[in-house]
Ligand binder design. Structure first.
Ligand code: ADP
Length: 368
């Protein structure tokens, strides 16, 4: 029997299907340019039939849901009340939660007797203390308007922290970790004894580190300044900061591979983009080293985190006094452990797998 994992976007559905017992991946696919999610699920039904899987008879469906607000600390079984609660959170994630809900509804329509579970990107970070998640803003903005840090990429940070505990052969409850998810979206997480105590993304995924097309943290006054001086609307500023900033704005592309190539051929903007990108990661590393008061491992994941020795080097070099000693040869050879013997902090490169982590959550909920 099998578990289906769904990541429903506004015009696409990404799916993976696993054996419920062994969690072996049976198939995965991406259905794009769908008119609606019901159509997408019909296409998927046909694709699953090729593997002799009847979508109406599988064990469960796990859905990625971006925003779980303060309500969801862990994955939850879907019922009408839960859908109402995710709907109520739409103002916090207007770009993502609506598509996630449509995916859940299409799943319930096509396979009414199969249980659905929602897995939230924010849930892992619900263990943050108030002094980490509150912004220095009026109480009312938190209490009535839910303005606080939530953090994202939680499923990924959780997954790689479990993998690190396996690699280090130490229980997760004994480990302090800093995880860097570096893809198009970029976030860092400070994990104390297995629990997230701080993360760089905020109320939305715009805050924190420099990203592919998002600016990350900037002086908030820039927004009013641009509206006033450049006559931009709030929608234009929003698009600028989310879609036209970050690596794209500085280097002309958000593809780090081509930026690295351009830097080699002397492109000054490419060099600046890489310097800025790595510098911000490095500052974050320093911040979380002091937040955690002792770190067992730093973990790199995501498209860039998994594949760019250059970024590992630029983030870690010269930090021997902090117990961070990168082994250049191991790093260039794309090894999993990229620290040397003198390092008191393990430096690990671990591929993330958010779909598998969702399947793991669902598997444990099914057996509970
Ligand atoms: P997303 O957040 O959209 O899932 P990914 O995690 O796939 O994105 O990361 C995409 C980024 O990873 C791109 O900037 C891409 O250039 C970068 N990347 C992928 N492979 C490499 C590589 N070998 N070297 C450097 N960057 C890479």
């Amino acid at each position: 029997m099998s578990i289906l994992v769904i990541n429903a976007g506004s015009s696409s559905i990404k799916y993976s299907i696993y054996n419920t017992k062994t969690l072996q991946l049976i198939d995965h696919g991406l259905i794009e340019e769908i008119r609606d999610h019901h159509e997408g699920f019909e296409v998927m039904r046909t694709q699953l039939q090729l593997h002799n899987i009847d979508i109406t008879k599988i064990d469960a469906i796990g859905h990625r849901v971006v925003h779980g607000g303060e309500r969801f600390h862990e994955p939850a079984r879907v019922d009408d009340a839960l859908i109402r609660e995710i709907t109520a959170l739409i103002p916090l994630a207007p770009l993502h939660n609506p598509a996630n809900i449509e995916g859940i509804q299409a799943a319930r329509a096509i396979a009414p007797s199969v249980p659905n579970f929602a897995v939230f990107d924010t849930a892992f970070h619900q263990t943050m203390p108030p002094y980490a998640y509150r912004y220095p803003l009026a109480h009312d903005l938190y209490e009535s308007f839910h303005v606080r840090r939530y953090g994202f990429h939680g499923t990924s940070h959780h997954y790689v922290s479990i993998q690190a505990s396996d690699l280090l052969q130490k229980p997760i409850e004994s480990l302090n970790l800093i995880t860097f998810h570096i893809g198009n979206g970029v976030s860092a997480c400070a994990i104390q004894k297995g629990r997230s105590i701080d993360t760089s993304m905020g109320m939305t995924p715009l805050e924190g580190l420099m990203m592919g097309t998002r600016c990350g943290s900037i002086d908030p006054s820039i927004i009013g300044y641009l509206m006033h001086e450049k006559g931009m609307s709030i929608e234009e500023v929003d698009t600028l900061l989310n879609k036209k900033s970050g690596l794209l704005a500085i280097a002309g592309t958000n593809d780090l591979r081509s930026i690295i190539e351009a830097r080699k051929s002397g492109d000054a903007n490419a060099a600046l983009a890489i310097d800025m990108f790595a510098y911000r990661l490095r500052k974050q590393l320093g911040a979380y080293m002091s937040v955690l008061r002792g770190v067992d491992a730093v973990i790199f994941t995501g498209g860039i985190g998994e594949h760019s020795p250059l970024i590992h080097e630029m983030v870690c070099e010269g930090l021997e006094h902090m117990g961070i000693c990168l082994d250049r040869a191991k790093n260039s050879a794309f090894e999993t452990r990229i620290h040397d013997e003198a390092s008191t902090v393990a430096l690990l490169v671990i591929p993330t797998d958010e779909e598998r982590q969702i399947a793991l959550y669902v598997q444990s909920l099914l057996s509970a």
